[in-house]
Design a protein around this ligand. Sequence first.
Ligand code: AMP
Ligand code: MG
Length: 333
Amino acid sequence: MDAETHRSKATILSASDAASIRLAGRIIKTGGLVAFPTETVYGLGCDALNPEAAAKVFEVKQRPQFDPLIVHVADLKQLEMVVGSLPPLGQQLMDAFWPGPLTLVLPKQSVVPDLVTAGLSTVAVRMPNHPIAQALIREAGTPIAAPSANPFGYVSPTTAQHVADGLGGNVDLILDGGPCPVGVESTIVSLAGPQPELLRPGSMTIEQLSTVIGSIHQTATVNHKPIAPGQSSRHYATRTQLIILASAGARPILKDNERAGLLTHSAARDTDDRFAVVEVLSATGDLREVARHLFAALRRMDSLGLDRIYAEPCTEEGLGVAIMDRLRRCAAA
Ligand code: AMP
Ligand code: MG
């Protein structure tokens, strides 16, 4: 695992204990860092209005300061604190999809520190629908800025143990709320320009969005030409090389003595004994199950010292768009 990156042991508390939430809220309020579950992945949270606390988030993650954070709010009062103006389309999207895994980029209020938005005049906000995330934000009484709780560029964490493996005691507290129910990050839509733009595909699908927006413009970043550094093509990456197969069911030619792993969406592939290890992400090809299991499976495979990981592609519809986006970024050399 990531033992080499630990400086000290992580403090993990069960989030089902009300005292843990109270302690976590106090840590956020006094400028500390708390890792907490959301429906998408675990976040590394700080008071979004405290620049010193935000600086610690960048330091602990080794995240470049040009990569802005998402601000998480629990209610509309907190939204008004951080967002300068809300276009009618923003209101419609919030009515349809909040709380949930949709992040909106909107004009920011000056109270949001420049560090949080990487100097941009916009802020990315969302209202998570995970009860522990909501309870923590309410307890802290402030919007919480939180990127994924992993070292920059590595696979996002979907359990408290993943957070501890990557960040150890550099976080004041890890709230354990069990595995994240969705498993891939939020969808990011910018409403700051003349037309809505999809900045990152995620767990809110384009089909769902189109019921409110109609068709949505996809920026070059979605086609893997980064315009913002946070959208760099190599991200969500394992240390082990990952190769996406040409099609589901394709049989790669393995080199002599190659120890390879296979990520598959079909129970039948489980019997392919050329692979040292096979992870069935969903026996029935259910994309929600694939999304939920993807990052944990990548991390398990990455801990085995394999020569290579092969991944079956999935259809690029619904959640499949976000799943393929993460696999491609992991595979980018
Ligand atoms: P993470 O927190 O690791 O899921 O990453 C958050 C993503 O949100 C990053 O890729 C940022 O580039 C993006 N983001 C955050 N704030 C903004 C903003 N104001 N404008 C555009 N993208 C943003
Ligand atoms: Mg991240």
